[in-house]
Design a protein around this ligand. Structure first.
Ligand code: SAH
Length: 355
């Protein structure tokens, strides 16, 4: 069940919407305004525990502790990049699992990249998050609390959120949706929907379902190859959904939401970075209202993929631009702190295993 914390069996209070919380509390004979107070403590003031909720009586706080699970992630490791100030947080969950989140400072505001699952079962060949498979889904509260904990730890407001950390968000759809609703709720942190991006490896039914929620969030599709054959070699999900189906789903997403699609394309030296690849990518992108984000692949030690060299990346970008495609090369943030998906969590687990 979505709003239950598995080990305690208690309702996960931070995953409840304001109206769900109000219903819970009024059923127990509490005044309706208490729900708003508690909701604000959780979602605006980012309280780390019920004990911080000082305008509630001690009695009520004790009662809440008995009845609800309160998600409060603990930072177990923090790494700061000496190059660009990017911070990578490793957070401990109540069951002992760890997830990682990244805080990036840009001119236009602070951005947090969150994880949506503990591990991942998508199996993308270049990605460190998937090497040990999927452990479990994150609750909505556990996705939110990555942002809340970072807000408290940095003392700075977060304005952009990208669901691009470990995990496949569409493989945890219901919790993702609750998370998105709470994150953008005007009674909560109220992050603008336009400042939220969800990245998927391409689960077509998930894309279509999200389109039907009519939210103003950005969809990012991890494309990484231009033919089904090449994509299958990098991403097992390509065996399930063809590029044609994916492009149809993206066009549908745009039709329903009016939001421009982002295509992520990680450039792997000698694998998907030729002029021909660029031509094919331009042909796929041209009919859609989209933007392409080129990511120099971040090599992980378990695989022998290498980055394309600087000239190749630039030539690839030029080809796309010549065809009128909107394209950027992603700045590599936090390269010195295991910036790539899943690298820090994996290092932490390996370090612990070695006496
Ligand atoms: N599961 C989602 C979101 C997580 S990954 C998805 O697949 O989109 C976020 C992005 O980083 C994806 O585009 C993913 O393919 C890419 N990525 C993962 N590991 C990478 C690496 N080592 N180098 C470059 N890009 C990587």
């Amino acid at each position: 069940m979505t709003n239950r914390e598995e080990r305690s069996g208690l309702t996960d209070i931070k995953s409840l919407t304001l109206s769900e919380l109000a219903e819970e509390l009024t059923q127990r004979g509490e005044k309706a305004f208490r729900a708003k107070q508690i909701y604000q403590w959780m979602h605006v003031k980012c309280a780390r525990s019920f004990d911080e909720m000082t305008n509630l009586s001690k009695e009520l706080r004790e009662d809440l502790k008995r009845r609800y699970h309160y998600t409060s992630l603990k930072a177990v490791r923090v790494q700061e990049s000496a190059i660009d100030g990017t911070k990578k947080f490793l957070f401990g969950l109540s069951d002992g699992n760890v997830v990682e989140s990244v805080w990036m400072k840009y001119k236009h505001g602070n951005s947090v990249c969150i994880s949506s699952q503990v591990g991942c079962r998508m199996g993308c060949r270049f990605c460190a998050s998937t090497l040990d498979g999927l452990e479990r889904n994150l609750l909505a509260s556990e996705m939110l609390d990555q942002i809340y904990a970072i807000t408290v730890l940095t003392g700075e407001r977060v304005s952009n959120v990208v669901v691009m950390g470990t995990g496949e968000p569409m493989d945890n759809y219901d919790n993702l949706l609750t998370f998105l609703r709470l994150l953008t709720d005007e009674n909560g942190l109220h992050i603008s929907q336009r400042n939220v991006t969800v990245s998927t490896c391409g689960i077509v039914p998930g894309i279509r379902k999200l389109a039907g929620e009519y939210m103003q969030i950005t969809l990012a599709l991890s494309l990484h190859a231009t033919t089904d054959e090449k994509r299958k070699a990098l991403m097992p999900i390509a065996n399930r959904y063809s590029i044609t189906e994916l492009m149809d789903a993206c066009a549908y997403y745009f039709e329903q939401t009016g939001r421009r699609i982002t295509f992520e394309y990680s450039l792997v030296g000698g694998v998907n970075d030729t002029d021909e690849d660029a031509q094919e990518l331009a042909a796929l992108a041209a009919p859609l209202c989209c933007h392409i984000n080129l990511i120099p692949v971040n090599p992980i030690k378990e695989r022998d993929f290498v980055q394309s060299d600087k000239e190749r990346i630039q030539a690839f970008k030029n080809r796309l631009e010549k065809r009128g495609i909107n394209v950027t090369i992603r700045r590599e943030m936090g390269r010195d702190i295991d910036g790539a998906c899943g690298q820090l969590r994996r290092k932490h687990i390996t370090d612990q295993a070695e006496p």
